[in-house]
Ligand binder design. Structure first.
Ligand SMILES: NC(=O)CC(=O)C(=O)O
Length: 182
């Protein structure tokens, strides 16, 4: 599928958090980014000599539509810097990465701060890379580390050929596209 023609205003490479992290899990964690931050409204994609990359920040990983849009724009790797916490980290961090990778049959890489137990906000850690089959191919624990993985575009193409969901979507019944295109 050819990349969508997203207007330059919507496709930029200056990452901004699109979805604000406003949650309230009683007895566990309450966080309201909207009290101090305003959301961005531009998608962040860039070309490299190796592949096209889409960037989301932290809470953005929970929004499947954004990842699908990046996939439709031609991104083969989605990168999410993020600091999940000691409540949502063990429950959702890896699951969300694998879901976004599998849904869109692309690579997902996350980079988290290492855990600092003395901090007022304790990050879960566990920076990870997931492949288009939905497998974790590299990860670390809560400590400071560098995570390496190979981004294999032939493997991505193979997965998409074997299970061709990216071309089997019923765009005649439903579609994910940027608002400017609607
Ligand atoms: N910290 C975040 O922005 C997101 C997060 O921790 C979560 O979604 O859970």
């Amino acid at each position: 599928m050819p990349p969508l023609g997203v207007s330059p205003a919507l496709e930029r490479a200056d990452p901004s958090l699109i979805h604000l992290f406003d949650i309230d899990v009683p007895g566990k964690i309450r966080f309201q980014e909207s009290e101090t931050l305003s959301p961005g409204s531009a998608f962040s994609v860039f070309e490299t000599p190796f592949c096209k990359v889409g960037v989301g920040i932290c809470y953005d990983i929970r929004f499947a539509e954004m990842a699908q849009l990046y996939s439709k724009m031609g991104c083969e790797l989605l990168v999410y810097p993020g600091a999940f916490n000691m409540t949502t980290g063990p429950a959702h961090w890896e699951l969300l990465q694998r879901a976004r990778a599998l849904d869109n049959q692309l690579y997902v890489a996350t980079a988290s701060p290492a855990r600092d137990e003395t901090s007022s906000y304790i990050a879960w850690g566990h920076s990870t890379v997931v492949n288009p089959w939905g497998e974790v191919i590299s990860s670390t624990g809560s400590e400071e580390a560098v995570v390496y993985a190979e981004i294999d575009l032939q493997y991505l193409a193979d997965v998409r050929q074997q299970i061709p969901v990216t071309v089997q979507r019923r765009d005649d019944l439903y579609a994910v596209k940027p608002v400017a295109e609607s």
